[in-house]
Design a binder for this molecule. Sequence first.
Ligand code: GUN
Ligand code: ZN
Length: 403
Amino acid sequence: MIVAGQLLIDGGDGHSILRPGFVRVDDGRIAEVIEGEIPRVADVGGEGFLVSPGFIDAHLHLPQFDMIGAHGMPLLRWLSDITFPSEMKWAEESYARDMTKRACSQLLSKGTTAIAAYATVHHRGARAALDVASSIGMRGVIGQVLMDREAPPELCGTVDRLLDEAKQLGESYPATERMAAAITPRFAISCSEELLDGAGRLAAEQGAMVQTHLAETQNECSVVEQLFDGRRYVDVYDSAGLLGERSILGHGIHLARSDLIRLASRRSVIAHCPTANTFLRSGAMNRSEWIDASVRLAVGSDIGAGYERSMVRVARATIETASAIGDDFPDAAAAWHGITAGNADALGWTDAGRLKVGSPADLLVIEPTIPWLGPMVDPLATLLWAWDDRWLKRTMLRGQFVD
Ligand code: GUN
Ligand code: ZN
């Protein structure tokens, strides 16, 4: 199959570029990427179309899709009053299964084909989420959330049981799979030191990705200090072995220079979630300072604290947040790169985020209904700022259209 248009290509310096051409898809994979001219005859796309790799969302919560919009609360109250009661519904496996189907369908309709996602503490629910996402053909990781305190008893498990369940999920969905289990201690407040240590050991044993939250609000950081004898948040995770290059730390806003140096030396990744940070009024992550300190960054929607399912709008919010706090903000080409090749590199996924020969064909065929290739404005800036989800005509996963 020939998919033609302006191809969104990794420019190689943290920016995306556009090149006319086509992608040939064969047997579920990208067989050829030819730059030069847009062929007059194509199976899909053509002149005026954009062909993009599927977007990657580096941080989201599948059980929180139905609670988007609970505005006006700070993080810890939002968790106890809205989030935890919502997540309790995943005790029923069929509910978790249906909700994952709905969430994946919403993600695909917005162009997201790869995810790093949280389930809940329920083992069967988390397994159902992995089963559904993998049978749909999504790329990514999903983790059973680990919690043993500071949450309703229904959402807490014992250390032994939780680690055993997480181990089993990792055996069923190993790190080498297109859809894999991730070790997912929720955050230091809801995990005892014993649970964090066990999670760190298990992640090392299984070579699994680690997902957790870090320093999202100042109040959260104070509570962590109280719970862990005055230690710094980053130290708590580091001594549990949770900071490696496959660790994705949500938010990472309230950090000192010494924390950044430690994170950079561990090559851990901060998943910047600008829409969620605005929504919960958690603060604004200082992206340029984090980059100066060589901290690796990804970008995530953080649904349901984040209210935007479209990664294009989340990418736009990285620019809005950065420009609100300083002069040094990414341009549109960097924002497009962030949700494609940039997130793939941060997550260590060599088979996603790029139009690359040999990779599974996870592609988007986009037909903007405004003049976007004119000489007056940079086309990538026009597409980003004027983005309309209705332009997304087809979403392809592993060479199959899913719409
Ligand atoms: N910190 C711990 N759990 C959560 C969560 O579900 N969402 C957000 N935004 N922060 C968290
Ligand atoms: Zn989160």
